[in-house]
Design a protein around this ligand. Structure first.
Ligand code: ZN
Length: 247
């Protein structure tokens, strides 16, 4: 059983109270880079502990994405299922295969090892949005390990949880300068999920995979630009044959 030191729990409780007054739902994402899934498991434990201890009355749901990587994800999905039992929180597993009709194994065969991480990252980001919509939740919580920061701190200072949390907190307090404008957030014309472009990156990449042009969405050539514009026009005309088309 994991244990969280009181100072950490108090800090997290303050963050929790500050950032969410109405309800928080738990997203469970297994980190590709974390073989022991510690970040997500700690997050699940902390959220459940806070919810039980302070009687927040939240409905927590675990969401896990199966990218379809043989020999990797199968093991970690077993860990997620154990979390479901240990914490008594319902679990939803969504796969790339169901969502996109592609697994990462198939994508690697198509695009090779060089750019496959781009596909995985873009698809996973949207898979989480889709999972949230499917579960009807309005908040996602993600766990990210601070191993690199922690190692740096531990190498230079006495081991002290507040020091690590202070560093994390300072990162969270970073703000963009007022003069920097972010692209407006809208909805993808094709799939209807959040995007800052007319056609989201996931749809562009999917189109590339389905039409034998996997570099679509990775390279920025005029040929690629033409294809994206064509896709956008198809959606505007309602002829893209996408189930999620918003045109
Ligand atoms: Zn889209």
């Amino acid at each position: 059983m994991l244990s969280v030191k009181p100072v950490s729990l108090m800090y997290l409780r303050r963050k929790f109270m500050k950032q969410s007054r109405e309800g928080v739902y738990l997203k469970k994402e297994m980190s590709v880079n974390n073989s022991q899934h510690l970040d997500s498991t700690v997050l699940a434990y902390v959220m459940k502990t806070l919810n039980d201890r302070y009687d927040y009355g939240l409905k927590l749901v675990l969401l896990s994405i199966d990218e379809g990587i043989t020999g990797y994800r199968d093991d970690s999905l077993e860990s997620v299922k154990r979390n479901e039992k240990d914490y008594g929180i319902p679990l939803k597993i969504l796969s790339y295969e169901d969502l996109y009709n592609w697994t990462m194994d198939k994508i690697v065969k198509e695009v090779g090892l060089k750019n496959n991480c781009t596909f995985c990252g873009v698809f996973r980001r949207q898979a989480l949005d889709r999972g949230a919509a499917l579960l009807g939740v309005d908040k996602l919580v993600t766990g990210h390990n601070a191993d690199d920061i922690a190692e740096t701190v531990i190498m230079n200072e006495t081991i002290s949880p507040p020091v690590i949390l202070d560093i994390i907190h300072s990162g969270e307090c970073m703000r963009l300068k007022k003069e920097i404008k972010l692209p407006p957030q809208g909805l993808c014309k094709k799939c209807g999920y959040i995007s800052s472009q007319e056609i989201c990156k996931a749809c562009v990449m999917l189109e590339g995979l389905n039409t034998g042009v996997p570099e679509l969405g990775i390279k920025k050539s005029s040929k690629v630009k033409d294809k994206i514009e064509k896709l956008s026009l198809q959606c505007s005309g309602g002829s893209c044959n996408s189930g999620g088309c918003t045109a």
